[in-house]
Structure formats: structure tokens, C-alpha cells
Design a protein around this ligand. Structure first.
Ligand code: BGC
Length: 765
């Protein structure tokens, strides 16, 4: 070691020891002084860094367990290992486990010159080991506290396994059920999407990122990924500024406001510019308008993919375009590590962008506490205690119960009675894998409680079971295209015989886990394979059918809706799916979920959403030719946004508003009474919508601006109060300014977006 290195080493040790002292002393609520202190610590290490080391912090790749030892046995692993220990990697994804993460961190700390710890990242989307309902399902609970809690629990499990950063929440608004990734989001509404984003971010990040049970969150995918053409994943996006700003942006704006630690670029282009190098998105909106200080990461290979978009002539130009736009971390393209050095020689100004990115990344590492103790997340003791713990599984049950939506219940077929003779039929009835959903992180395959087991525990009578048909053939995993069974009817006879001898048939149909999620777009969103045929055969012998749907997106179910008396949307509901559904079937829990995505009548209606524009030719009924409509299907969806039934009924009455006229600074108070007039205690999600009668850009017909979830005993009445402020009446106008315009408004309160009590008021200057 030469003299200079020695001095450097001492200064790093000195710097590290000072920094731990500072943190302990400043462990108070004074965020500003904390930030100042972090920024000093960042500067002191930043000063020591070479350009190569700075670029290393911007490089992220995926590693597996081959990295946990120095004996890599192939060139690829060797190369990655060398990059890791020579300071050429700032963060990695997909390495799990307290022991593994500690070993790799140790290699970095012991071998790299500046000992800058790695961040370990992972897609913890709806759980780590314990699986909660897929996010689309969970959003149907409209229970923000619950969503915060499941995110917090997922964070605790992941953090105990050495993870400090999740690529979640996915907050892409989408109106297209063909797009497989709708399962990861909170549905079609920007207002609800923003509330859910805030709740999940709070859950993941906790009070402080330095808490070793919280992890950094990531608002993704910025932006408009949910608007890919024809619902095809990765496809082109054409979206106008009005929809971009007023529909896509609210959850992202909320994420920035709630200090989400990171943002992730989207794969798509928007109006010709890939999101990864989109200066309008990343600089004008994110950094300038929203003053966002956190880290921006590319999506997997999305810098390199700009060459495929034919926006960059080669990887080097892609690196240039991305760094200039403000994409801090290159996930898996190797564009930065290969080309930024040369680019700085060619265009010295780029170094400023690199410096800003490095400082943001170092700041995150300080906030996570990694400079104080690079191993603080990797705790085998915590890992053993927390990961998949019974308390977490109990929370998974609560979340599943609240996520399930009752779609139809003719003649109160539900709840079922314990002594009824029940046949359970369908390919998903004894499937312990599908309920885990697509992004199941570290969950063991086949680890969910399936419906058959759930029903056998809950019902005293003997549940008989026949599968009826297989849903898919062969391998069913994340990496392969699914093969659906379209020809093997051999199980039909047994199922039909069983149905004919039973009082009630419960049919479990839907999609396998890997039919929704990334890369799983569909052009037809009916029940796949032979399932509808099976249902029709069973229906011929027994009409008392309860259809349980398990799926990752809204499906088209017109025949089912017309003919089947009871339908329950159970989604992919996580580790405790089976017992949650069973408890709802027997009435131990009264279903309370409401849809956060409209269900189309047929796929031709897609994209379909409640907050649509009136257009110049609003249709007011059937048999009108020259109005906005399809000639072969109604304009309405099968089930609208906000729809969901209960075993009880709720009556709305005595709606009042505090004034017919408010000023910009005023708050309008809206009151309404809700009474449980049925026979079961239950929960109701009361929704408030606004209509702007006239505006400088064409406004949506109605927009959700508030909701409350209440519990009511039989006969009980509650009076609810909502506040409407100027913010709720504001939108981004043509000049991209967020304003409220004076004029006439309506406010509607009710049980879903189509059934509302409505009153009018004026907004004046
Ligand atoms: C997905 C991201 C994900 C990343 C890392 C990409 O393919 O689009 O949402 O976070 O992979 O796994």
C-alpha cells in the first residue's frame, strides 16, 4: 500500500467513525438538520471518488447465489464478481437471504477501495414470503390502513432477509384489462390510486428509512406504462397531455410528495420519446415542478432498449440520452459502465449529471443506515422470526377477506349453510399456487391455502370435489408462455355427475397465476380454456351455482352473469386465499370489497372506465345511431367502478351540503346518512364524486374525490361528513397549471360510481 492509499484509508475510517457518531447524536426528529448532516457526509465521501467509482454507483445488475463466494466458475460470473469488488456496482437485485446478502456485502466492504456498501433490491410487490392479495385485489378493500400494514409487513420480511429496496408500489393507472400488469396496480382511478400509493409508500418506508425493518420504495413505472396500445405489454404509448397530467400523474405526484425514495422509468415511449430519456417527464415534471430529490432507476434494460425503440443509434448514445435526462441508475443495460467514461471525455458537461446522480445514490445509502452498518439488514435471527410468521399469515387472511368482491347474489343464495350438500368443482379449487399471484417474490410454490382445504376446515359437512378439467398443460412458471388446455375433456363427466347429486355447486374458475403480470397480455379476457364449457355442462344439471373467480384482471363474463345466481370475485388472494373465500361463503365474514376497475361486457369495450368524457355526442339510450356507442353492446360496463355487494343492504338518505356557493378558500361540507337496513352487520365503502359542469378543457363526467369505509351493525345509522376543497376541484389546464375554475359543480355520494345522490353548488372567485 503506498502512502497516498494509506492516507485515504485513514480518512475513510475517520469519516466512517465520525458519521456513526453524528447519526447517533442526531437521532431526533429534526429532518432538516439530519438532511444537512447527511449531505455533509455525502460530500466528504464524494470528494474521495474517482470518475470510475462514481460511474460504478450508477451501475446495477441482477446477481444470483453464485456471487456469495469468490469461486465463480464461468466468465460471466467472474466478470460480475470482479465488477462487484472493484467498485463498479452500486446496487444489485435479486440476491436474497440474510446470509447471502451479508457475504456479498462483505466482499464489497473488504475488497473495494472506498468500501461503499451495496443496496440489495428486490421486487417485493405483494409480499416477500407471506403473500398478500395481488395489489389490484387489495385495492378493492379501499382500506388504506390495511394496505399500509401489508406493505410494512412485506418490508419487515424483506428487510430481515437483507433487502433494503423494493421496486414497488407499481402505481400505473390503467383502463385496459388486456394489460397483464393491471394486477400490480390499484386500478383505473387517479384519486384512489394516489391514496393507495401514499399508503403503500408509508408502509414500506415507515417513519425512517434507517429503521432496519423498513425499506426504500419505488414509484413505478414513470410514466403512462398502463396506457400501452391494445394492452400489449411494452407497446407504444400515445397519450395527450390532459390525460397524462390529470389521470396518469396524480399517483406519481403523491408519491413524490410522500418522499418515496426512488422512481423507476417505464419501458414505453410516450409520443415518440422513450420514458427513460424523457426530459419533459424526468426534468420538467419530476425534478422542477415536483422538486423531487430522490433516485431515478431505469427499468430492466430500458436504457439499452432505446436502441430497439430506434431512438438511440447505439448503446453509447442511449447512455448519453438517459444520463442527460436524469436517469440515475442503469439497471441491467451496462450502458453506463461501458460508455459514461468516454462520454465524459467527449462531453465534459455530462460529469455534472453523473455527480448529481451519485450524490442522490449516496444520500439514499446514508438514509438507509448502510454507511453506519452495512450488515444491519442481514439478520438471521430476525429472518427466522419474521419471515412467514403466523402473525403475518393472519394479516394475509384479513387482507384477503377485505379484498374479495361479491358481484352477484340472486335470491340470497349466499351465504351457504353448513349442512348443505356441496360439490366443489373446477381446476382452481385445489390449486395452492394460483392464489399466490404472479409477483410472488420469495413465496414457496404451492404454499397458499387452497379453496378445497379452506372449505373443508370451515364447513362441517363433507365437501365433495372434482376438478372437471385442467387449466394449463405442462410447465406453469414465470419464464414460459402458458399452454392452456383446450382439448382434454376427460374430467367433465365426473364433475357433472357430482354436481347432479349435490344441493349446491361451488365452481372455482379463473386464470392461473402466470396469466396476468408482466408480459402476460391477452386479446381475449374470457375464462380461458374449457372452463366456460365445463360451467355450462354443470349448469345443465344443477343451477344452484356459486361461481368463484380467481384471476389477475377483470374478465368478460356475460354468460356467467346472466345465468349463474351467485358470483364472487376472489382474485389471486394470497397465502390465505382458500380460508378467506370459505369464510365468506359461510357468512363468517360479510364481503365488503368494491371494484377498482370496471368489468367490460366484452373485450371490444376496452378501454372502459367510469371517469370518461361526455364527448360531443353523449348517448342517452338505445336505438340512437349518431351518438357515441357500439351498435352491438351497451355503453355501460358489466360492473362499474366502485361496485360490490354485501350480504346486507345500505340505505342512503338526507344528503346535505353546507352551502350552494363556496369561495376558493372555503371548504364545502357534504353530509349523508347511511343505514344498515339488512340482516347482517357489514361494512360499506361510501364514495364521493365531483362533476365539473364546464371547464377550459373537456372535463370527465364524474371523478372520485373522497371515500370512507364504515362498519354498521344491523339497523345502525351513521352520518358521514366529507370535505371538499379547492384542491379537489382543480385540474391541470392547457398551460399545465393546476387550477380550479369558478363555475357550476355537482357532488354525488353513493354506493358505487353509477348509484349516487347528487346536489349542485357553485365555486366563485
Ligand atoms: C419490470 C419492473 C421490475 C424489474 C426488476 C422489469 O421487467 O418491468 O417492474 O421492477 O423488471 O425485476
Amino acid at each position: 500500500m503506498n502512502h497516498n492509499n494509506l492516507i485515504l484509508l485513514f480518512s475513510v475510517i475517520f469519516f466512517l467513525s465520525c458519521t456513526s457518531l453524528e447519526t447517533n447524536e442526531l437521532d431526533s426528529s429534526f429532518t432538516i438538520s439530519q438532511n444537512n448532516s447527511i449531505s455533509k457526509r455525502v460530500d466528504s465521501i464524494f470528494e474521495l471518488m474517482t470518475l470510475k467509482e462514481k460511474i460504478g454507483q450508477l451501475n446495477q445488475y441482477s446477481v444470483g447465489e453464485e456471487m456469495t463466494g469468490p469461486n465463480q466458475n464461468n466468465d460471466y460470473s467472474k466478470q460480475r464478481y470482479n465488477q462487484l469488488i472493484n467498485g463498479s456496482v452500486g446496487s444489485v437485485l435479486n440476491l436474497l437471504g440474510a446470509e447471502n446478502t451479508r457475504l456479498v456485502q462483505q466482499q464489497v466492504i473488504e475488497n473495494s477501495r472506498l468500501k461503499i456498501p451495496l443496496i440489495f433490491a428486490y421486487d417485493v410487490i405483494h409480499g416477500y414470503k407471506t403473500m398478500f392479495p395481488i395489489p389490484l385485489a387489495e385495492s378493492c378493500s379501499w382500506d388504506l390502513k390495511l394496505m399500509e400494514k401489508t406493505a410494512k409487513t412485506s418490508a419487515a420480511e424483506a428487510a430481515a432477509s437483507g433487502i433494503q429496496w423494493t421496486f414497488a408500489p407499481m402505481i400505473d393507472v390503467s383502463r385496459d384489462a388486456r394489460w397483464g400488469r393491471v394486477m400490480e396496480g390499484a386500478g383505473e382511478d387517479p384519486y384512489l390510486g394516489a391514496q393507495v400509493a401514499a399508503a403503500r409508500i408509508k408502509g414500506f418506508q415507515g417513519e425512517s428509512l434507517s429503521d432496519s425493518l423498513s425499506i426504500a420504495a419505488c414509484a413505478k413505472h414513470f410514466a403512462a406504462y398502463g396506457f400501452v396500445e391494445s394492452g400489449k405489454d411494452y407497446n407504444t404509448v400515445n397519450i395527450g397531455q390532459n390525460t397524462l397530467m390529470n389521470v396518469v400523474m396524480p399517483p406519481f405526484k403523491m408519491a413524490a410528495k410522500n418522499n418515496v425514495a426512488t422512481f423507476m422509468n417505464a419501458f414505453n415511449d410516450i409520443d415518440g420519446i422513450p420514458a427513460t430519456a424523457n426530459i419533459f417527464l424526468l426534468k420538467e415534471i419530476l425534478r422542477e415542478q415536483w422538486n423531487y430529490q430522490g433516485v431515478v432507476v431505469s427499468d430492466w434494460g430500458s436504457i439499452g432498449e432505446m436502441v430497439n425503440h430506434r431512438y438511440s443509434k447505439d448503446l453509447k448514445q442511449a447512455a448519453h440520452q438517459a444520463i442527460i435526462a436524469g436517469c440515475d441508475i442503469d439497471m441491467e443495460s451496462q450502458a453506463y459502465i461501458k460508455h459514461l467514461n468516454d462520454l465524459v471525455v467527449q462531453y465534459p458537461i455530462i460529469e455534472n449529471e453523473i455527480n448529481k446522480a451519485v450524490k442522490r445514490i449516496l444520500t439514499l445509502k446514508f438514509k438507509l443506515g448502510l454507511f453506519d452498518d452495512p450488515y444491519c439488514y442481514s439478520s438471521e435471527t430476525r429472518e427466522k422470526k419474521l419471515v412467514g410468521s403466523p402473525a403475518h399469515l393472519d394479516l394475509a387472511l384479513e387482507a384477503a377477506l377485505k379484498s374479495i368482491v361479491l358481484l352477484k347474489n340472486e335470491n340470497q343464495l349466499l351465504p351457504l349453510k353448513k349442512d348443505q350438500k356441496i360439490a366443489l368443482i373446477g381446476p382452481l379449487a385445489n390449486d395452492s399456487d394460483a392464489p399466490l399471484g404472479n409477483w410472488r417474490a420469495h413465496a414457496s410454490s404451492n404454499s397458499a391455502i387452497n379453496l378445497l382445504d379452506g372449505m373443508r376446515t370451515v364447513f362441517e359437512s363433507n365437501i365433495t370435489f372434482a376438478k372437471g378439467c385442467e387449466l394449463s398443460i405442462g410447465n406453469n412458471n414465470f419464464f414460459e408462455e402458458l399452454k392452456i388446455n383446450n382439448s382434454d375433456y376427460s374430467g367433465f363427466k365426473q364433475a357433472v355427475d357430482l354436481a347432479s347429486k349435490s344441493e349446491i355447486v361451488v365452481m372455482a374458475l379463473g386464470e392461473p397465476a402466470y396469466m396476468s403480470g408482466e408480459g402476460r397480455s391477452r386479446s381475449n379476457i374470457d375464462l380461458p380454456g374449457l372452463q366456460l364449457e365445463l360451467l355450462k355442462e354443470v349448469y345443465k344439471v344443477n343451477k344452484n351455482i356459486v361461481l368463484i373467480l380467481m384471476n389477475g384482471r377483470p374478465l368478460t363474463i356475460p354468460w356467467e352473469y346472466k345465468n349463474i345466481p351467485a358470483i364472487v370475485e376472489a382474485w389471486h388472494c394470497g397465502s390465505r386465499s382458500g380460508d378467506a373465500i370459505a369464510q365468506i361463503l359461510i357468512g363468517d365474514y360479510n364481503p365488503s370489497g368494491k371494484l377498482t376497475m370496471s368489468f367490460p361486457r366484452n373485450v371490444g369495450q376496452v378501454p372502459i372506465y367510469y371517469n370518461k368524457k361526455t364527448t360531443g355526442r353523449p348517448s342517452s339510450g338505445p336505438n340512437q345511431v349518431f351518438y357515441v356507442h357500439h351498435s352491438d353492446v351497451d355503453n355501460d360496463p358489466l360492473f362499474p367502478f366502485g361496485y360490490g355487494l354485501s350480504y346486507t343492504q345500505f340505505q342512503y338518505s338526507e344528503m346535505k351540503i353546507s352551502s350552494n356557493e363556496i369561495h376558493m378558500k372555503d371548504t364545502l361540507k357534504v353530509k349523508i346518512k347511511v343505514q344498515n337496513i339488512g340482516d347482517f352487520p357489514g361494512e360499506e365503502i361510501v364514495q364521493l364524486y365531483i362533476t365539473d359542469e364546464f371547464a377550459s378543457i373537456t372535463p370527465p363526467e364524474i371523478e372520485l374525490k373522497g371515500f370512507q369505509k364504515i362498519s354498521l351493525a344491523v339497523g345502525e345509522t351513521k352520518q358521514l361528513e366529507f370535505n371538499i376543497t379547492k384542491e379537489d376541484l382543480s385540474f391541470y389546464n392547457k398551460q399545465n397549471i393546476f387550477i380550479a375554475e369558478p363555475g357550476n359543480f355537482k357532488v354525488g355520494v353513493g354506493t358505487n360510481s353509477r348509484v349516487l345522490d347528487v346536489m349542485a353548488f357553485n365555486l366563485v372567485q
